[in-house]
Design a protein. Structure first.
Length: 563
């Protein structure tokens, strides 16, 4: 408003000078005529006055131009908001939480190509909330966390919960509790935006410190936590088409808005727990995706993502029982969380997704996945020809809805059911079993997360229920008597039938400044329960634990311009 008022006053002064100039000249001419014979010096003096006035007018025009340009730069570099992070999301203030149901723009590239590239604007004017690097805008992404976690059972999982590995009460781990401080969820990275000939591009990178460490001295003498790559992708949008390549949240992960890969537009709950929720469909992995935006309300997506032939064992997830003659398949052709990028795979996991955003208050989506598993039976004689390979297709479907029923209150539900898609439930369910003849059979499994998120002034409140169900799939070994597969009679109590979670918490913004960042305090209570398929006589029928998190966070400032 001050810039507009100053500009109007300057324009008025310029107009007044322009009008006054001919009047001065006319008055001088009349006096010269009445005098009859004025001297040349007086005429030269008048010319000098006129020249000085013209220079003043030119200077005023230049100042007006600078003020208009500064006003334009201010509206581009602002809003002077800061990016803040809640549970891995880099999003606008004031609530330090993902922008719930933001306008359905693809990766914040609304109207890409409309107007000039803000990153090429003059640096004059108010200090921008981003850094100009060439013709791109760059902001640092990150926050500093100190998290405390207490569990009434010694699950040995540090910051993140191993949902399927809760200790039973009749074990030493079930008799002990654990308390830890950790900075491992701290985050560092960057994001850059640019616009080239109407094509908007975003580069995104993000690290945390939850990498696997080879040192046993981390809690003895040196907290040397290892950085871990979370996200590293490039997204390009031109008109209605969008392309992304790199490591991102899987397209099977529920969105809050459109099919954006930006963390603030993805639903992975607001929990402090870095493994999020039991029942949530998610993973972060390499891949490529193509999106089509027929309108601002509908987005179609297709992605090809990293595959894996998974038989359990990750993050407390249940494993299968292989036939005795085919035990060598674990760790060679099938991943029991004991091999890295060496299991054979036939093709990428193919994911299709449709997102509907009829308004800024409602998001709906449907996603489907197709997977194919293939192994070779090493016990089959090559001379027999047929029967050496077993190939089996699997898949799943996910449906989600996120709606603001009243101002500040959102209800959320995301649901998933699969035939061979257990890996996408945080690895809590195996994908397949292997029969005695070497043939594959996918396991049915599914998950749900349902809850609310409410914003009240500087408070974010939330509560969720999450659940996982893993169906039994059994067979007989070659001897005709031994049971194999998953969930058979006599199976170990690590083979879960269900895992359930109830959790609630808060996120309070204590202080924020657009140029200095923000400080947040967060708390979460988590109740977990798991039930096995088979319980031996005298053993517990189920187990549960209670977890309390508390977190303090400082978030770096920064904000992208409005493209």
């Amino acid at each position: 408003m001050r810039a507009r008022t100053s500009t109007r006053l300057t324009l008025f002064a310029a107009c007044a000078l322009i009008v006054a100039t001919p009047l001065v000249a006319q008055q001088s001419q009349g006096e010269n005529e009445s005098a009859g014979n004025s001297s040349r010096s007086e005429i030269d003096q008048l010319k000098s006055i006129l020249a000085d006035q013209q220079r003043q007018i030119d200077e005023l025009k230049r100042l007006i131009g600078q003020q208009a340009q500064a006003s334009s730069t201010s509206s581009t570099a602002a809003p002077v908001r800061f990016i803040t992070a809640a549970n891995n999301s880099m999003t606008p203030a004031p609530y330090a939480t993902p922008a719930i149901n933001a306008a359905p723009a693809a990766n914040s590239s609304q109207a890409a190509g409309a107007g000039k590239n803000p990153c090429e604007a003059t640096p004059d004017g108010p200090t921008p909330a981003f850094i100009r690097v060439g013709s791109t805008c760059l902001i640092p992404i990150g926050f500093i966390d100190l998290t405390s976690v207490w569990r009434d059972k010694d699950a040995g999982s540090s910051l993140g919960s191993n949902f399927g590995g809760i200790p039973y009460n009749n074990t030493p781990a079930g008799k002990n509790s654990e308390f830890r401080f950790t900075p491992q969820n701290s985050r560092i990275g960057f994001r850059f935006d640019g616009d080239w000939k109407g094509t908007h591009f975003i580069g995104y990178n993000e690290f945390d410190f939850l990498g696997t460490s080879g040192s046993n001295g981390i809690t003895v003498t040196n907290g040397g936590f290892v950085p871990r790559l979370r996200l590293f992708w490039l997204d390009v949008r031109k008109d209605k088409w969008e392309f992304l390549a790199g490591q991102s949240w899987s397209m099977m992960t529920p969105n809050r808005s459109g099919i954006s890969a930006l963390p603030g537009n993805i639903f992975f709950s607001q929990t402090i727990d870095v493994n999020y929720m039991a029942g949530l469909t998610w993973t972060r992995q390499p891949g490529v995706r193509v999106l089509y935006h027929p309108s601002n309300k509908v987005t179609f997506g297709f992605s090809a993502e990293n595959p894996d032939q998974y038989i359990g064992g990750s993050a407390g997830g249940s494993g299968i029982q292989l036939p005795a003659a085919l035990a060598s398949l674990s760790g060679s052709q099938l991943d029991a969380a004991n091999i890295v990028l060496s299991a054979p795979t036939l093709h990428p996991d193919f994911i299709f997704k449709i997102a509907f955003d009829p308004s800024s208050r409602l998001h709906m989506e449907v996603a489907g996945i197709e997977r194919t598993f293939k192994i070779w039976n090493p016990n089959t004689a090559p001379a027999l020809g047929a029967g050496q390979y077993s190939t089996k297709a699997g898949g799943g479907v996910q449906f989600g809805i996120n709606g603001e029923i009243v101002k500040g209150l959102h209800l959320i539900s995301t649901n998933y059911w699969s035939d061979g898609g257990g890996r996408y439930l945080f690895g809590q369910a195996p994908d397949v079993i292997v029969r005695a003849d070497g043939s594959l059979s996918p396991i049915h499994s599914g998950g749900t997360v349902d809850g609310f998120e409410a914003t009240v002034k500087n408070w974010l409140l939330y509560g969720y229920y999450g659940g996982i169900y893993i169906q039994r799939n059994t067979a007989f070994d070659a001897n005709g008597t031994t049971r194999i597969g998953y969930g058979y009679t006599g199976s170990p109590n690590s083979m879960n039938r269900s895992v359930q979670e109830v959790t609630f918490g808060f996120n309070r913004t204590l202080w924020k400044d657009a140029r200095y960042g923000a400080i947040n305090a967060m708390g979460q209570y988590e109740w977990l329960n798991r039930n096995p398929w088979f319980v031996a006589i005298g053993n517990p029928k189920a187990t549960h634990d209670n977890t309390i998190f508390f977190n303090l966070r400082y978030t770096l400032p920064g904000s992208m311009p409005n493209f």
